[in-house]
Design a protein around this ligand. Structure first.
Ligand code: EPU
Length: 414
């Protein structure tokens, strides 16, 4: 089993470049299946991205990759999604809307992804039914077909993936679709911007998204937004090591509430047009409460990382996770490093800050939980070994190289 070996206690300092956003590029690649030809730039080199490219190839698309640019030419000859590839990641469910809308039918399998508690897809299927699809489940296959018609759909809960799936289906539906209570994550607006550049007519007003019938199937090139969660993770690494970083190629307005939360821990943060400067004190303060909620509130995808930071702080914090029922597998591992975190119930955690953490042998069980272990290990005394690198590599491009560039001591043993 491969692991990262980290020699903790080195202050990070210098400049780090943020990559294209995983959670923007995955829906945009699914959207490429609805277009004639697209060139997508700023694509991060991640295992989830290469899986998605494999899915596109298995559908019959021609894919040409050059550095961080991918050109996808539509020559799709099947609407049956590869089961094994789909089960590697949650975002494969986005091909449901893309292919159903474009071809009038699709066969998918239950998607995989990080184990964060129950992650059903019933709302995705319900949304397709609202647009007129018929759905038949047969063993582990889900077959959907229908000529879609635009409709007003009010989401019973805010969901990033369901909002994206409706958009992907509705661009090829007859008439206008209106999504009420839509998610507002910047990655959704990046998908909308890509589709509009391809000729779609989609507009957002707060939590309503309106998709007009456009039937455009064209060429466009598009550069994916930068990864706000990767940027937040590097802010957390600076905080954990008392470091000082310039985090380049980010749009600070997308980072939103992450910045004031880190400021409350005592970090000095300056936001520029396309970069963030962070200067962390030697000793961080805790804050009383953090609650994860859909954008623009504190993101669940930063919950494990802020917990790692607050593990080594002055004071007590209660963290409430409201999106996922079991995003807590990093906690026993952080405690192995000397953190004092109690799981009050599966979604409520109490962190009592300690003076220092000790390097240990720990196991990443999911992507962001793994990032939290890295953050803790960089700020801990002595050596850590973090197993489960495959989870972390789903979401962080060139991780070791970026950390080494700013003075962290990290290697990978395979
Ligand atoms: N939900 C249902 N039924 C459904 C769909 C969703 O109950 O049919 C629930 C989920 O179980 C969850 C809530 O709705 O409790 C919100 O989940 P959402 O659908 O918004 O999540 P997602 O689209 O599956 C994306 C990101 C996740 C991120 C969440 C929340 C991608 C590829 N994934 O997932 O990213 O945590 O939104 O912001 O965009 C990550 O990057 O580490 C990651 C897990």
């Amino acid at each position: 089993m491969s692991c990262y070996i980290i020699e903790g206690g080195n202050r990070l300092s210098g400049e780090v470049q943020i990559s294209g956003a995983k959670n923007a590029v995955l829906p945009i690649l699914a959207a490429a299946a609805t277009q004639r030809e697209t060139t997508i730039k700023n694509i991060p080199f991640l295992s989830d991205v290469s899986n998605t490219l494999q899915i596109l190839k298995k559908l019959g698309m021609q894919i040409k990759s050059e550095g961080s640019t991918v050109t996808a030419i539509n020559s799709i000859n099947t609407t049956v999604l590869d089961k094994e590839l789909s089960q590697r990641m949650r975002s494969s469910v986005l091909f449901l809307g893309a292919l159903l809308g474009r071809f009038g039918e699709v066969t998918i399998s239950e998607p995989g992804g990080c184990q964060l508690g129950s992650r059903p897809i019933e709302l995705h299927l319900w949304a397709m039914e609202q647009l007129g699809a018929e759905i038949v489940k047969n063993d582990d296959k889900i077959f959907c077909k229908g000529n879609l018609k635009g409709k007003e759909i009010e989401l019973p809960i805010i969901s990033v993936g369901v909002t994206e799936n409706i958009i992907l289906a509705a661009i090829n539906a007859k008439g206008t679709t209106i999504i009420k209570n839509a998610a507002k994550e910047p990655e959704i607006d990046d998908l909308i911007a890509y589709l509009n550049k391809c000729g779609s007519k989609i507009r957002r007003e707060k939590n309503t998204v309106v998709i007009e019938e456009s039937n455009v199937e064209s060429y466009c090139d598009y550069s994916v937004m930068s990864d706000r969660i990767e940027a937040g993770t590097y802010i957390a690494m600076a905080a954990s090591t008392g470091g000082e970083l310039f985090i380049n190629n980010v749009n600070p307005s997308n980072i939103g509430i992450i910045i004031p939360i880190f400021e409350k821990t005592g970090c000095i943060i300056k936001a520029y047009k396309d970069k963030i400067y962070v200067d962390a004190p030697e000793r961080l303060y805790s804050l009383p409460k953090i609650i994860t909620k859909p954008y623009p509130y504190f993101p669940t995808d930063m919950q494990p990382q802020i917990m790692a930071v607050l593990s080594k702080s002055e004071g007590k914090c209660v963290v409430k996770e409201t999106l996922f029922s079991a995003r807590n597998k990093h906690i026993p591992e952080l405690n192995k490093m000397g953190a004092d975190i109690k799981i009050m119930d599966n979604t409520t955690f109490e962190i009592r800050g300690v003076d220092s953490l000790q390097g240990s042998e720990v196991y990443a069980k999911d992507l962001r939980g793994g990032a939290a272990l890295l953050i803790a290990a960089l700020g801990a005394a002595g050596e850590s070994r973090i197993y489960g690198t495959e989870h972390i590599e789903r979401g962080y491009e060139a991780l070791c190289a970026k950390i080494e560039c700013v003075g962290g001591k990290i290697g990978k043993a395979v």
